[in-house]
Design a protein. Structure first.
Length: 144
């Protein structure tokens, strides 16, 4: 009996370590993506991606206009970190927070294949939709 409990406990600990719910933000703090309490958009971008550059102002505007209803997080496709990530975000004018790590494993998603891509996450942490290609303020507001 004790052996079964020990094995079960180790298994559960291993599972929780594989899919954390708290994800660190570049500028400090963290976000719980398995129960975020409001709609979340996770935007994948790269410095070299022209359509990404085009849609970033749309996300900035959505955050400014509807921040009480939606949280937007950036994820850098190329895996830039630290000062390089901050520099690239500043260059593109990204005004919303960046996640330090890619959270796709929470929803069992394969790596990004096409940029830009945006994940739409419910307040309960469920994947609602994957948006492929550049978004406009109109399409983004339609999600609210």
């Amino acid at each position: 009996m004790i052996k079964k409990l020990l094995i079960t406990s180790l298994f559960l600990l291993g599972c929780s370590a594989d899919t954390p719910s708290e994800y660190a933000l570049l500028d400090g703090g963290s976000v719980d993506l398995q129960s975020p309490q409001k709609l979340v958009l996770i935007n994948y971008w790269a410095i070299w991606c022209a359509p990404c550059r085009k849609e970033i102002p749309e996300f900035n505007q959505l955050q400014a206009d509807h921040g009480e209803h939606v949280s937007i997080y950036a994820v850098n496709f190329d895996g830039s970190q630290g000062d390089l990530l901050r520099t690239e975000m500043d260059k593109l004018g990204i005004e919303f927070p960046s996640l330090v790590a890619d959270p796709r494993t929470i929803w069992g998603l394969e790596p990004v294949q096409v940029l830009p891509e945006t994940l739409v996450i419910s307040p309960e942490g469920k994947l609602l939709q994957r948006l492929i290609g550049p978004q406009t303020l109109e399409t983004l507001e339609g999600l609210l």
